[in-house]
Design a protein around this ligand. Structure first.
Ligand SMILES: [Zn+2]
Length: 49
């Protein structure tokens, strides 16, 4: 039941990362600190559809 999810930079709205997760185990939206090459720094990245 792994589903592909996409992470979007909350600062510039670019979609920088994809990952997979188990939606049954993790129903909540994920938010991670990741490096954004557009912002050239670590920003919060939010899971989007
Ligand atoms: Zn960014």
């Amino acid at each position: 039941m792994q589903e592909v999810i996409t992470f979007e930079c909350t600062a510039c709205k670019n979609r920088n990362y994809t990952s997979t997760k188990n939606k049954k185990k993790n129903p909540d939206k994920l938010e991670l600190k990741k490096f954004c090459k557009f912002c050239k720094k670590h920003t919060s990245h939010k899971e989007i559809k």
